[in-house]
Design a binder for this molecule. Structure first.
Ligand code: AMP
Ligand code: MG
Length: 403
C-alpha cells in the first residue's frame, strides 16, 4: 500500500500548469496571471474632483465664513465624463461633479455642502486649502507601473484594477476543464423514481461541485451503466474536450468494476491501494494521444470526496498555476472519542463546536455516511500509527471552509 503522500506525488507527477491563453477580462476571474500587467496610463489619468461641488481658486475664499459668505459667478457646469472648455479666473467658479476633470485655472474644489448650491452665482460659506478635494493624475499608479505580477490569482479586487488599466484581454493560465464520469448500473439521475436496488447518482454532482470550488470548469458526463464498451467510448469522447477526467466507481475488487478493467488494459493507468480510510482503492494515469490525466475515484460517496480532497484538488490547483496545493492543517481539540485503523491515515468528518474544538459528525465514519459528510466542516486527520483518539485530545484538522 502506498502512503497518501506518496500516492499524491505520483498523481501530480506528469500533471503540469495549463499553457497560458488570452481570455477576455469577463472570463479571467479565478485564473492565475501568466504575465506581469503594467498600466499603460497613470491612475487617475487626469486631475479630477473627489467631491460634488465647485472648482475654485482657493485664494478667492480665504475670508469666507458662514456669517460672511463669498459670492462667486458660476461660469460652467461639468459632470463626470465631460471636460469644461472654460477657464476659472478670480471671482468665478465651475460647478463640478465627482470624477469630472479639473478645469483650467481652478486649484481646489469646495464641496457643495459648504455652499448654497447656486447655479448662476454661488455663496461659499468656508475657505479651502489649495489642492483640496482634487485627485491628482498618477497619485495612485504612474504610467508603466506594474499593477499585478505574474502568478497573481485574479479575484474580484484584481479584476477591478485590470479593468481600470484597460486590460480587456488577460494572459492567464485557464481554469482546467474537468469531465466527471460516474459509473454504476445502480445509478439514477436525481429526481427520477428509484426502483428497488437503485440509488441516485450523487457522486457526479459532488465531484463537479467540488471541482468548481477548487477553481475548475467542471461538468457531468453520465451516469453510465457498468459496460466496458460504453465506458471506453465515453472516456474517448471526453479526451478532446477536457484537461482532466475524473471517474467515480468501479475501481475496487468487484466483478463489475468496469473502470479498473478497461483502463488497466490501456497500460497508461495504474490502480493501487492507498493507506487511507476511507478511499483505499485508487487509480490514475493518462489517456489518449494527448495524454489527458485521468483520476479514478472510488464509488462510495465519502471515499470519493476524501479522495478528491487529497488528490484531485491539488491536481486542479497545480494545473491552475497556484503555489499552495494543500489546504493548511491546524490543531483542534476533539470533542469525542474516535477509533482509527492501524496503518491507515483516517480522515474523519467533523464540525466546529467552537473555534479550536471539533466534533465528529454523522452516524459513524463509514464511507457511505452522507449525512455526516453533509454536516462536516472539517476533516480530523488521524495518523497511520494511531488507533484511537480520546475526547479532549488535540488532533490535526483540515478546515474545509477555507478556500
Ligand atoms: P463501486 O466503487 O462502484 O463498487 O461503488 C461502491 C459503492 O458506492 C456502491 O455502494 C455504489 O452503489 C456506490 N456508488 C457508486 N457510484 C456512486 C455514485 N455516483 N453516487 C452514489 N453512490 C455511488
Ligand atoms: Mg460500481
Amino acid at each position: 500500500m502506498l502512503s497518501v503522500d506518496d500516492y499524491r506525488n505520483s498523481v501530480l507527477e506528469g500533471i503540469g500548469v495549463l499553457s497560458p491563453i488570452e481570455l477576455p477580462l469577463s472570463s479571467a476571474h479565478g485564473c492565475v496571471l501568466a504575465a506581469d500587467v503594467a498600466s499603460p496610463w497613470p491612475l487617475p489619468s487626469f486631475d479630477n474632483s473627489s467631491m460634488d461641488g465647485y472648482a475654485v481658486i482657493a485664494a478667492d475664499l480665504t475670508s469666507a465664513t458662514g456669517e460672511r459668505p463669498v459670492e462667486l459667478t458660476v461660469i460652467d457646469d461639468v459632470p463626470a465624463g465631460f471636460r469644461s472648455t472654460e477657464v476659472v479666473t478670480a471671482g468665478s467658479a465651475i460647478r463640478i461633479m465627482t470624477g469630472a476633470p479639473m478645469p483650467a485655472g481652478a486649484d481646489a474644489v469646495v464641496p457643495v455642502e459648504r455652499t448654497d448650491g447656486g447655479t448662476q452665482t454661488v455663496q461659499v460659506t468656508g475657505s479651502v486649502e489649495r489642492g483640496a478635494h482634487v485627485r491628482r493624475a498618477g497619485e495612485d499608479v504612474v504610467a508603466g507601473e506594474l499593477v499585478l505580477p505574474k502568478g497573481t490569482l485574479i479575484g474580484a479586487r484584481q479584476v477591478a484594477i485590470l479593468a481600470a488599466v484597460g486590460c480587456g484581454l488577460v494572459f492567464v493560465h485557464p481554469r482546467p476543464r474537468v469531465a466527471v464520469i460516474s459509473t454504476g448500473s445502480e445509478l439514477v439521475e436525481p429526481g427520477l423514481p428509484l426502483r428497488h436496488g437503485l440509488i441516485s447518482d450523487s457522486n457526479s454532482y459532488l465531484l463537479v461541485a467540488a471541482a468548481k470550488e477548487a477553481g475548475a470548469d467542471a461538468y457531468r458526463v453520465g451516469p453510465i451503466v457498468d459496460d466496458e464498451t460504453l465506458f471506453l467510448r465515453t472516456v474517448e469522447d471526453q479526451i478532446h474536450r477536457c484537461d482532466l477526467i475524473l471517474t467515480s466507481g468501479g475501481v475496487s475488487m468487484g466483478a463489475h468494476d468496469t473502470v479498473k478493467t478497461v483502463l488497466s488494459a490501456l497500460g497508461s493507468v495504474t490502480f493501487t491501494k492507498v493507506a487511507m480510510n476511507p478511499g483505499m482503492p485508487q487509480g490514475h494515469g493518462f489517456v489518449g494521444e494527448e495524454r489527458v490525466p485521468i483520476i479514478t475515484l472510488p464509488g462510495n460517496p465519502v471515499s470519493s470526496y476524501i479522495s478528491f480532497e487529497n488528490f484531485v484538488r491539488p491536481a486542479i490547483r497545480l494545473m491552475r498555476g497556484l503555489p499552495d496545493l494543500l489546504r493548511p492543517q491546524m490543531t483542534a481539540v476533539c470533542g469525542a472519542a474516535l477509533t482509527s485503523p492501524f496503518g491507515k491515515r483516517q480522515f474523519a468528518r467533523a464540525r466546529f463546536l467552537a473555534s479550536g474544538v471539533v466534533l465528529p459528525t454523522g452516524t459513524g465514519q463509514g464511507s457511505h455516511v452522507m449525512g455526516g459528510l453533509a454536516s462536516a466542516e472539517a476533516l480530523i486527520v488521524i495518523p497511520e500509527e494511531v488507533t484511537g483518539v480520546e475526547a479532549g485530545q488535540t488532533v490535526s484538522v483540515i478546515d474545509l471552509r477555507t478556500r
